[in-house]
Design a binder for this molecule. Structure first.
Ligand code: HEC
Length: 75
């Protein structure tokens, strides 16, 4: 899910594409709540869509935690 849907914009390895890189280094300036909020509500005025129709708050928090803690496999 993360790599498919998010990867269509952020790149399959989350290194960036249409959207910015989602690697932990790139997200270090956010905390868990901030990232959860970005995922649920999107970034207004940009291509980053809100996911609150598709994901619960728990799902978004899981994704945020995953983004901050797990390094994607190298390509
Ligand atoms: C339709 C394309 C698209 C999809 C699909 C998408 N994003 Fe994004 N995302 C963007 C764009 C564009 C931005 C940059 C917004 C900006 O200019 O601040 C962004 C920004 C972000 C940011 C903030 C990054 C930063 O450094 O400011 C996070 C976190 C994020 N996306 C997570 C996700 C997650 C998780 C998913 C999958 C559930 C996802 N995105 C799916 C286009 C997308």
């Amino acid at each position: 899910m993360l790599y498919q849907d998010c990867g269509s914009c952020h790149g399959m390895t989350l290194r960036g594409g249409l959207g910015p890189s989602l690697l932990p280094e790139a997200l270090a300036r956010y905390n868990l709540d901030a990232i959860t909020g970005i995922i649920l509500h999107g970034v207004p005025g940009t291509a980053m869509p809100p996911w609150s129709d598709l994901l619960t708050e728990d799902d978004a928090a899981w994704l945020a935690d995953h983004l901050l803690s797990v390094k994607p496999a190298s390509p």
